[in-house]
Design a protein around this ligand. Structure first.
Ligand code: KIV
Length: 272
C-alpha cells in the first residue's frame, strides 16, 4: 500500500504579497544550520533568514562585519537542504555589495547558484540603489533592510533606536518608497519607533517585517538563538524569549558529565 505524501504549499513572494493583502501576519526567524532549519520549517515558519547575525551567534564575533560570502553560502546551503515550505532569504554580507553594483550582482548570483536560496537581503536605501536594481534585473528577489542596519554599526556608534529624529525618519520613509519602486518584494525595519513602523508599512504595498519596530508592521522577525534563550546576555525590550535553552542544555550536559564520571552511563541496556 502506498502512503500519500503530504501536499506542501511552498511560500513564494506571491504568497507573502497575498498575506499582506489579506492582513495575515508573516512569521520570520533566522536559521543557520540544517537541524534547526528543519524544526522551524516543520513548525510552519513563513520565512527563514540566513542572517549575517551568524557572525555573532554562530562564530562568536562582536559584530556582523567579519562574516564572508563563502561562510554565508555554507550556512545557506545547510538551511536550504532542510526546508520544504519556508521562503529562504540570505543576507549579503558586509563588503559583498556596498559601493560596487557589479560586485553586488556577482555576490547575489553566487548565493542563489551555490545555495539554492530564494532571495537576498541588503542593508540600506538610496546609497545602494544601483546594486539593488542590478540584482533585481537578474531576476533575484531582493528584501530591503532599513532603520538599525548592523553592518553600519561603526557609523552609528551604538545599537540604540534609530529614526527618532525627523530628518532620519524622513530619509527612512523615502528609502522605503524607493525600495518598493525598485521592485523589492519586502523590507525589514529594525529598531525604530512603533508609530513609524506602522506608518511605513501602510505607505507601501509590499510586506514590511519588523524587528523592534512595533506591532503595526506586516510581520515580525527575531534571531532564533534569542527566541530560544540560547543567548543569555542580550535582552533588548523588543525580544520575547520563548525558552531558556541555555540553562536547559547546561543542566542536561551537567547530568551527562555526572553519569559518565560515576560510570552509570552506559547501563547494561545501553551496550552491545
Ligand atoms: O542578520 C540578521 O539576523 C538580521 C535580522 C536582525 C533581521 O538581519
Amino acid at each position: 500500500m502506498s502512503v500519500a505524501k503530504k501536499e506542501i504549499k511552498r511560500i513564494t513572494t506571491h504568497v507573502l504579497q497575498n498575506m499582506k493583502e489579506q492582513g495575515e501576519k508573516i512569521s520570520m526567524l533566522t536559521a543557520y544550520d540544517y537541524s534547526m532549519a528543519r524544526i522551524l520549517d516543520d513548525a510552519g515558519i513563513d520565512i527563514l533568514l540566513v542572517g549575517d547575525s551568524a557572525s555573532n551567534v554562530m562564530a562568536g564575533h562582536e559584530t556582523t562585519l567579519p562574516i564572508t560570502l563563502e561562510q554565508m553560502i555554507y550556512h545557506a546551503q545547510s538551511v536550504v537542504r532542510a526546508v520544504e515550505r519556508a521562503f529562504v532569504v540570505v543576507d549579503l554580507p558586509f563588503g559583498s555589495y556596498q559601493g560596487n553594483s557589479t560586485k553586488a550582482l556577482n555576490s547575489a548570483i553566487s548565493i542563489m547558484k551555490e545555495s539554492g536560496a530564494h532571495a537576498v537581503k541588503l542593508e540600506g536605501g538610496s546609497e545602494i540603489e544601483e546594486s539593488v536594481r542590478r540584482i533585481l534585473s537578474a531576476g533575484v528577489p531582493v528584501m530591503g533592510h532599513l532603520g538599525l542596519t548592523p553592518q553600519s554599526i561603526y557609523k552609528f556608534g551604538t545599537y540604540s533606536v534609530r529614526a527618532r529624529e525627523e530628518a532620519e525618519a524622513n530619509k527612512l520613509r523615502e528609502d522605503a518608497l524607493l525600495l518598493e519602486e525598485c521592485g523589492c518584494f519586502a523590507i525589514v525595519l529594525e529598531k525604530i519607533p512603533a508609530t513609524l513602523g506602522k506608518e511605513v508599512a501602510a505607505s507601501v504595498r509590499i510586506p514590511v517585517i519588523g524587528i523592534g519596530a512595533g506591532n503595526g508592521t506586516d510581520g515580525q522577525v527575531l534571531v532564533m538563538h534569542d527566541v530560544l534563550g540560547i543567548t543569555k546576555d542580550f535582552s533588548p525590550r523588543f525580544l520575547r524569549r520563548y525558552l531558556n535553552l541555555y540553562d536547559t542544555i547546561k543542566e542536561a550536559i551537567n547530568n551527562y558529565i555526572t553519569d559518565v564520571k560515576s560510570g552509570s552511563f552506559p547501563s547494561d541496556e545501553e551496550q552491545y
